[in-house]
Design a protein around this ligand. Structure first.
Ligand code: SF4
Length: 361
């Protein structure tokens, strides 16, 4: 076991991450496993082999790790190499989007979604049980915050979803965009990213891992430092004026100007852009005036804009705009030279679309 002290992340004065975290072998980087190998009295290079088995080949049963000496396999059996989770439900949509409910050892559950698109397979993972931000349109935050997920619990979503791959599928992208605000669980989110990115693991480059945040300024600054500004970052903006945003995204105290300043500091590589997520809601943020405010706010940044007409669900009275309003909003942004994508709803019939995932406790 390795123990690391995590820093505190606060939201509206509520401490969200305060306790030192115990890191399980399943959520250790190879270099962190080396002291464990030394304690076990085996050569250090076995750390890399074990990491490869777990994260590259998706095998965590020590008896199958055939290139390890038998005595080491025997010792590993006695350690915690079982994912702290199980898949408790799988739903498949007609377009092969799959939503998995993943239940952890304490009975809490989150949802994770596999989204195929051509040769790409993207997995959207959750970072918390519930969410303290409580965006007005989001089903995931409707019951408030329960707890952070450990890195092993976040990685278990990736590991367990392998069983649901279709023949020939391979994971190409991961988005931290499911239930929770990943920057309120900074330490564990970053560890998850580092493990997904590791060349002896899935080797997903930072461009293939997207962290989506409502705009936690301190977290954005820490992430820039930790990933040299190379991680793909999506900002769930939803409004360009502070009053509308405070109404839609009540758990964030930073102004839109402060969030934009954090993006300016991020140090994005030349050919990369930020993604701006904008859920369009009838009568709330869908007018030409709202679009013009967005143009003004984003004019100094390299961005692509994803417009997402609200996905209706049972926990909100808000509605999506009609098609003509959506297209007019998009056109205004296009006319100003922005790349604007109208997001197709994926997995709508299984409630796997953005803002529809649900945690249980
Ligand atoms: S949209 Fe994201 S940040 Fe907002 S409540 Fe839902 S999970 Fe939390």
């Amino acid at each position: 076991m390795v123990t690391s002290r995590s820093r505190s992340d606060t939201l509206s004065g509520v401490m969200i991450e305060t306790e030192p975290k115990t890191v399980e072998l399943l959520a250790m980087l190879p270099q962190e496993m080396i002291p464990v190998m030394e304690t076990m009295g085996v050569p250090r290079f076995h750390a890399r082999q074990i990491f490869k088995w777990i994260h590259q080949r998706g095998i965590n049963d020590p008896t199958l790790m055939t290139d390890l000496p038998k005595s080491l396999r025997q010792q590993l059996i006695g350690m915690r190499l079982t994912w702290p989770a199980m898949v408790s439900a799988v739903h498949r949509a007609d377009d092969n989007t799959r939503k998995l409910q993943v239940r952890f050892n304490d009975g809490c559950a989150v949802e994770t979604v596999l989204i195929p698109e051509g040769s790409k397979l993207t997995q959207c993972i959750s970072s918390q049980v519930g969410c303290a931000v409580r965006c007005r349109f989001c089903r995931s935050g409707s019951e408030g915050f329960v707890r952070n997920l450990s890195a092993a619990e976040m990685l278990s979503q990736v590991a367990l979803a392998r069983e649901s791959y279709l023949p020939g599928e391979r994971l190409t992208n991961v988005v931290l965009m499911g239930i929770g605000e990943p920057l309120h669980n900074f330490t564990n989110s970053l560890r998850t990213i580092e493990i997904l990115n590791h060349p002896d693991g899935l080797d997903l480059s930072y461009r293939r891992i997207t962290l989506s945040t409502v705009g936690i300024v301190k977290g954005i600054d820490r992430l820039a430092e930790a990933t040299a500004g190379k991680l793909a970052l999506a900002i769930s903006l939803h409004a360009a004026d502070n009053a509308t945003r405070a109404h839609l995204v009540p758990g964030v105290k930073s102004s839109v100007e402060e969030i934009m300043a954090a993006l300016q500091r991020f140090g994005l590589p030349k050919r990369q852009r930020f993604t701006i997520e904008y859920v369009l809601i009838k009568g709330v943020n869908d007018s030409p005036r709202d679009a013009r405010a967005l143009v003004k706010l984003l004019s100094h940044l390299k961005v692509k804009i994803n417009l997402l007409p609200l996905n209706p669900h049972d926990r909100t009275d808000l509605e999506p705009p009609d098609e003509a309003t959506v297209l007019a909003f998009q056109q205004l942004l296009l006319d100003k030279g922005f790349s604007v994508y109208l997001r197709r709803r994926r997995g709508d019939e299984i409630s796997a679309a953005c803002g529809q995932l649900l945690a249980t406790k």
